[in-house]
Design a protein around this ligand. Structure first.
Ligand code: CAA
Length: 389
């Protein structure tokens, strides 16, 4: 019998500020229904000047290390699209901030929004080889598009940390996975840009193609059918995309597309993403956190995951929710991470969006804004300086 490996613990973090879509709509004259209904977004997290993927990632991971200790963690995999360095893994800063053992490997993974799923699967492989070990997977991203571009309304920021090990307390990740890769230019970010380039409609089409491709591969290998799943966690660049994707999958499989059935399969997975915005690698796992935090009882039920990263790579896999999972959830802390954000007005958001460190190697302290457990104190001699508060 194969061993049970999966998500043993899970914790989320997001930025200090929140911009309601009403403020964006007021600025650009958009009818608010387009945001609230058309794309399914209410607000977006905005990181403070002294926050980034490292501070959010460390904030998400700290409660996991506090609960389980770090003795068994020999690998940290940090998945991100919004990397802060071309060479050094953001995970090393987190490793340092959390005081993790030096006998560890730390690496950063990139494939747009898909990276955290690769991290999860690689973690499972490592644990299968040595079941005594645990792997800390961190997905952390700041989604940034050009000001006044169509993508602007789909920005956001968040991190999800997951402890992967044997006999998981939350979700057992199953074999096989359905896989799909296609070379498309739907969303990308050249090294010289800090905002993503995107062809919006192309990206939606590419996502839907990937849904078909992963499901076809998954169904051929697993023999499973759609109605076996209690719910579906999709990557949510905006929450309406999950509805589009699920409707597409139902159509592809020749099922009826009843709105109530779709809402039952997706509805509870969108609660965090609709107020946080796109968190790229973290988004599909925020969907899982929202589902587990709200569903009545999913014990023993399979959940379908569809992870999509532009460019593009996608994976469909199943996870079975484990008996007793509710005792291990962090529902209160997850809700507090969202509720504690401070509203920012349009001008404040714009100023944060336009902030950039000078590239002159000088000393550039950041204003003290975050009330989170870690902060980016500044840049000095081209080095990022982090502090635990
Ligand atoms: N009331 C209700 N609905 C309204 C409305 C109103 N007043 N006005 C417009 N709408 C609806 C439209 O009918 C449309 O709905 P459908 O798609 O169901 O037809 C929806 O609101 C959006 O309208 P538009 O398509 O006209 O919006 P847009 O041109 O401004 O672009 C977008 C929307 C393409 C999502 C854009 O925000 C974008 O480029 N976002 C970034 C790219 C992205 O998220 N792509 C998703 C797939 S790629 C991916 O998943 C990876 C990733 O994370 C980036």
């Amino acid at each position: 019998m194969s061993i049970s490996i999966g998500i043993h613990d899970m914790s989320i973090a997001t930025g200090e500020f929140v911009l309601p879509h009403t403020a964006l709509a007021e600025h650009n004259g958009t009818e608010i229904g387009k945001y609230h209904v058309g794309i399914g977004q209410e607000s977006m997290s905005v990181p403070a000047a002294d926050e980034d993927i490292v501070t959010m990632g460390a904030a998400a991971a700290a409660p996991i290390v506090a609960r389980h200790g770090s003795d068994r963690i020999r690998t940290v995999v940090f998945a991100t699209e919004s990397s802060i360095d071309q060479a050094k893994s953001a995970g090393i800063y987190v490793h340092s901030l959390l005081g993790l053992p030096s006998a560890a490997r730390v690496v950063e993974l990139k494939q747009a929004c898909y990276g955290a799923t690769a991290a999860l699967q690689f973690a499972i492989g490592l644990v299968a080889r040595d079941p005594a070990q645990q792997v800390l997977v961190i997905a952390s991203d700041v989604s940034k598009y050009g000001l006044d571009s169509p993508g602007e309304a789909t920005q956001g920021a968040a991190a999800v940390a997951m402890l992967v090990g044997v006999n998981p307390a939350l979700v057992r990740i199953e074999d096989p996975s359905g896989l799909f890769t296609a070379d498309v230019m739907d969303f990308w970010r050249p090294n010289y840009r800090d905002t993503a380039l995107v062809d919006g409609q192309e990206s939606i089409g590419a996502y839907l193609q990937a849904v078909e491709g992963t499901w076809k591969d998954y169904a051929e290998q697993s023999g499973r059918s759609l109605d076996e799943f209690a719910a579906f966690c999709y990557h949510q660049p905006f929450t309406k995309m999950a509805y589009k994707a699920h409707r597409h999958l139902l159509n592809y499989c020749g099922h009826d597309t009843d709105n109530d059935d779709i809402a039952r399969a997706i509805g509870q997975t969108t609660a965090y993403n609709t107020v946080i915005g796109n968190s790229y690698t973290a988004s599909v796992y925020l969907a899982l956190a929202a589902l587990l935090d709200q569903a009545d009882d999913l014990t023993g039920r399979p959940v379908g995951f569809l992870s999509y990263g532009s460019g593009s790579v996608a994976e469909f896999f199943a996870g079975t929710v484990v008996a007793g999972y509710k005792e291990h959830l962090r529902t209160g802390a997850n809700r507090e991470a969202i509720a504690r954000r401070k509203p920012v007005d349009y001008a404040g958001y714009r100023a944060l969006h336009e902030r950039k460190f000078p590239a002159d190697g000088g000393d550039h302290p950041t204003p003290s804004q975050t009330t989170g457990p870690f902060r980016l104190a500044g840049l000095s001699g081209h080095k990022r300086i982090y502090q635990a508060r």
